[in-house]
Design a protein around this ligand. Structure first.
Ligand SMILES: *Cc1c(COP(=O)(O)O)cnc(C)c1O
Length: 426
C-alpha cells in the first residue's frame, strides 16, 4: 500500500495527536531525553509488568509455600493462566500453548519430540541467516541421534539479503524430516511466507516448526489456519515481558498424545503430579512439554504486559507498526539520501516485520554516536543499525527527531571521533 507522508515537523505531531494507541505510552517507563528504538531486542518496562512482578514477590513474602495453592493454584498453573493471554496473539487454542523455559530449550524440546529420523528421512532443514541459537540446538539434536551435522543438517543458503521461499521449498527433498525457520529475520526484518512454506512441508510429510521470536507482538500470525506442528517464541522483545522472561511453546493439538522428548515432573498429569509416581504420565496438552517448576518471577511480568496487547489488539498494533516504520523509511529516503545509507529490509508490507534496518559502512560508529545523543538503537554486524519504533510506546515525533539527529551525525561526521572498540553486548 502506498502511504502518503508529509515532510516537516507538523506531520509527526498531527499523527501523534490522532494515534488511537497513543495513550498506551503512559504505561511504559520512558526516559526523559532518550529515544528508545530497541524494542525488538528488549521491550521497555511497563507499570503493569512491574505491578504483576511485585504482586508475586508479595505473594512469596506472605504465603511462602502456600503460594502454590492460593487463588485456586494460580501460580502452580501459571503457564496455563498466561497461555490464555498468549494464545490469542498467535490464533490458537489456550491449551496448545505452554509459557515455559527459554526459546532455545523449547526448540530442543520440540525437536526431540518430533524428530524421528529414519534411514531415508533424517535431515533437518534450516537456513544460514537465522539467529544462530536455533541452529546450535538443531545441530546438537542431530548429533544426539548419532548423525554427522554435515550430513543431517541441510542448509538453505541466502543468496542476497533475503531468503527465497522457492529455495526453501526446493530443498524439501524426500530425505528431509523436519524444518525450522524464523517468521521474521532478526537482521533483515524479512518475513517468510509461512503459508506457502508450511503447505509445501505438509505436502511432503515434513514436520514444520516456526520461530516467532522476532514476530510475536509486532506481526499478527494465525497458527491455527497454518496447521503447523510446533512453534516457539521469546517474550522479552516486542512483548515486553522483562529481561529473560519465560518463553512460549506451541504444540498443535493433533500431537498431544506424543511423548515429550524431554520429560519432567511439571509435564506430568495434574491429578497425579503430587503423587510423585515413578512413572511419567504426560498431560495431554501443551503443558505436557513443561519440564520443571515454573519460574514465577520470569513469568510474572507477562501477566501485566500481555494485558496491553489484549487491550490494544494485535491488528491495530501491526497497522501502526507498518505505518510508523514506513514513515521512518520515508524520512531516511528524503532526508538522509546521499549520506551512504541503505534500507536493508524488504519494502513490501507483507514482507517486513517491526524493525527497520539501516545499513551503512560506518554503522557501528554511527550507532555509538546515536547513543551519545540519547537514541537507543541496536547494531548487528556487519553494518546494520536496527531501529524499532514500537507501536505501543514510540511516537512519530520521536522518529522525526531521531532522523534529525542522524542527519546531524552524518553531516557533521561527528561519528569519526568515536573509537570503534566493541562492548560485549552490542
Ligand atoms: C531472540 C531469539 C531467540 C532467543 O532465544 P532464547 O533461548 O530465549 O535466549 C531465539 N531464536 C530467535 C530467532 C530469536 O530471535
Amino acid at each position: 500500500m502506498e502511504k502518503q507522508f508529509q515532510d516537516g515537523n507538523n506531520y509527526p505531531l498531527f499523527m501523534d495527536n490522532n494515534d488511537s494507541l497513543g495513550h498506551f505510552r503512559q504505561r511504559f517507563y520512558l526516559k526523559k531525553d532518550s529515544i528508545y528504538m530497541c524494542g525488538n531486542s528488549l521491550g521497555l518496562a511497563t507499570k503493569d509488568a512491574e505491578e504483576s512482578i511485585l504482586n508475586v514477590v508479595d505473594k512469596w513474602k506472605e504465603e511462602a509455600i502456600k503460594i502454590w495453592n492460593v487463588e485456586e493454584n494460580k501460580y502452580h498453573l501459571y503457564s496455563i493462566h498466561l497461555a490464555k493471554l498468549m494464545a490469542e496473539l498467535v490464533g490458537v487454542d489456550d491449551d496448545e500453548v505452554a509459557v515455559t523455559a527459554c526459546t532455545t530449550v523449547n526448540i530442543h524440546q520440540a525437536v526431540s519430540t518430533f524428530y524421528k529420523p529414519t534411514k531415508d528421512k533424517y535431515k533437518i532443514l534450516v537456513d544460514d541467516i537465522n539467529f544462530p541459537t536455533d541452529r546450535y540446538a538443531i545441530e546438537s539434536q542431530v548429533r544426539l541421534k548419532g548423525y554427522e551435522i554435515k550430513d543431517a543438517v541441510k542448509i538453505v543458503k541466502c543468496k542476497g539479503k533475503f531468503i527465497d521461499e522457492d529455495d526453501v521449498i526446493e530443498a524439501m527433498t524426500p530425505d528431509v524430516a523436519l524444518v525450522l525457520l524464523p517468521t521474521v529475520y532478526y537482521r533483515s526484518a524479512q518475513i517468510l511466507n509461512m503459508t506457502k512454506i508450511s503447505e509445501a512441508a505438509k505436502k511432503r510429510n515434513i514436520i514444520i516448526g516456526w520461530d516467532l521470536s522476532h514476530a510475536i507482538g509486532a506481526v499478527d500470525v494465525n497458527l491455527k489456519s497454518l496447521d503447523i506442528d510446533f512453534a516457539v517464541w521469546c517474550t522479552y522483545k516486542y512483548l515486553n515481558g522483562g529481561p529473560g522472561s519465560t518463553a512460549s511453546l506451541y504444540i498443535n493439538r493433533k500431537h498431544f498424545d506424543q511423548i515429550p522428548g524431554l520429560a519432567g515432573w511439571h509435564g506430568n498429569k495434574a491429578d497425579t503430579q503430587f503423587k510423585l509416581l515413578q512413572e511419567f504420565e504426560h498431560r495431554r496438552d501443551a503443558t505436557g512439554w513443561q519440564i520443571g517448576t515454573p519460574h514465577l518471577f520470569s513469568m510474572a511480568g507477562l501477566e501485566g504486559s500481555l494485558k496491553l496487547f489484549k487491550e490494544a489488539g494485535l491488528k491495530n498494533i501491526r497497522k501502526k507498526s507498518l505505518h510508523i516504520t514506513a514513515y521512518l523509511m520515508f524520512l531516511v529516503d528524503t532526508k538522509l539520501s546521499g549520506y551512504g545509507f541503505t534500507i536493508g529490509n524488504p519494502r513490501d508490507d507483507e514482507k517486513r516485520g517491526g524493525h527497520v534496518c539501516l545499513e551503512h559502512d560506518e554503522g557501528y560508529r554511527i550507532s555509538l554516536a546515536l547513543k551519545a545523543r540519547g537514541v537507543v538503537p541496536d547494531y548487528r554486524d556487519p553494518n546494520v543499525i536496527r531501529l524499532t519504533p514500537a507501536a505501543l510506546y514510540t511516537t512519530y515525533e520521536e522518529v522525526y527527531r531521531m532522523v534529525e539527529i542522524l542527519l546531524d551525525i552524518v553531516r557533521s561526521e561527528s561519528y569519526k571521533e568515536i573509537s570503534d572498540a566493541r562492548n560485549m553486548v552490542v
